[in-house]
Ligand binder design. Structure first.
Ligand code: SF4
Ligand code: SF4
Length: 165
């Protein structure tokens, strides 16, 4: 599948989904949409031409592309990172079989990550399907797998830190 089609399929899956059954922006005054001009959401390969044209695309020191917005956007054209936030579809291995688990992204600055909230089951289900779609193109797959590796490395570091302090 072409990478743009992978992304459009993921967009479509999460078009109407939200993490909770109510607008979680009410908890935090939509803090995740109120970053500054140096804060952005990571773009997946193929997203550059699909997101809202009002969003600025910047490149980080390591060559990743990030979307920097002014705090509002066309919801139908918001980046995938905004749609999955504050969770992440992590590839895991269980009993020798690969599967995808929706996990809290501990890097997210979001009250949902530390609080005990009940996530929408449908959001969790769709998130896993997003993970499967991302595997359907070599470029999106490689990018996604490296994000999973980053996630696991950070978790290991966090465990080490907690053990020593
Ligand atoms: S995802 Fe988190 S930070 Fe963003 S609006 Fe919801 S509660 Fe706030
Ligand atoms: S691109 Fe849209 S959804 Fe994403 S942070 Fe900006 S305003 Fe929020």
């Amino acid at each position: 599948m072409k990478k743009e089609n992978v992304i459009l399929s993921c967009y479509s899956l999460l078009r109407r989904e939200t993490p909770l059954s109510f607008d979680c922006g009410k908890i935090c005054k939509s803090s995740c949409c109120n970053g500054d001009s140096n804060t952005g959401m990571l773009l997946f390969p193929g997203e550059e031409n699909l997101i809202d044209k009002e969003i600025t695309i910047k490149e980080t020191a390591n060559g990743d592309k990030i979307a920097v917005c002014s705090g509002t956007c066309d919801r139908n054209k918001r980046p995938l990172s905004c749609r999955i936030y504050p969770l992440f579809p992590l590839i895991i291995e269980e009993n020798g079989k690969e599967s995808i688990k929706a996990v809290k992204d501990f890097r997210a600055v979001c009250p949902l990550v530390n609080g005990e909230y009940e996530y929408n089951k449908s959001f969790l289900r769709k998130l896993k399907r997003v993970g499967k779609f991302l595997m359907l193109n070599e470029e999106t797959k490689a990018f996604y797998v490296s994000l999973c590796e980053d996630y696991n490395e950070h978790i290991e570091l966090l465990k080490l830190f907690q053990k020593n302090f």
